[in-house]
Write a protein that binds this ligand. Structure first.
Ligand SMILES: [Zn+2]
Length: 159
């Protein structure tokens, strides 16, 4: 091997590396950057390529695990909050029994069935469906509206 030219020695070394399953990758680095990489590789007693790969994998793993764990935790919390909120709304609307509040992990009971033909359900599920032949609007809503109108009139008279 002593009689090999430097170029031949480099070529022999590259051939040996390829045999080990390596691929030549050129890197453009600042002298300072190369110095930092050399220092780390020397410290770890590694080839520059192995050192770079280790650092890349270390970085990916750190990023990946940190993000995945955080996301899983947040996702779980968000789902729990949403489920809780949905159940509270359904209970407030009278669609599910209030016992559902004690068990937020339970799937909420299905909403009320749609009213039969000829009947209409107003926006408030606590109001019973009304006959569209008899009423133009929900009778409870109508009486509430009339009451508000009377209250307003009374206020105007007194004020
Ligand atoms: Zn109504």
């Amino acid at each position: 091997m002593a009689d090999l030219t430097p170029a031949a020695r480099v070529e022999a070394w590259r051939k040996a590396k390829r045999k080990q399953g390596y691929k030549f990758v050129g890197l453009w680095m600042t002298p300072a950057g190369k110095g930092e990489l050399d220092a780390v590789a020397w410290d770890r007693q590694q080839d520059l390529g192995d050192c770079v790969l280790d650092l890349v994998r270390f970085y990916s793993a750190a990023q990946g695990t940190a993000d995945v764990r955080l996301e899983a935790r947040q996702q779980h919390r968000i789902e729990a909050n949403v489920a809780d909120d949905v159940i509270k709304r359904l209970v407030a609307a009278g669609a599910v029994p209030s016992t559902a509040l004690g068990a937020p992990s339970v799937v909420p009971a299905p909403l009320k069935e749609p009213p039969p033909p000829g009947l209409k359900q107003c926006g408030n599920p606590a109001h019973p469906p009304y006959d569209t032949n008899e009423h133009d609007e929900c009778p409870i809503h109508a009486s509430e509206r009339k009451q508000r109108y009377r209250d307003k009139k009374a206020k105007q008279r007194s004020g």
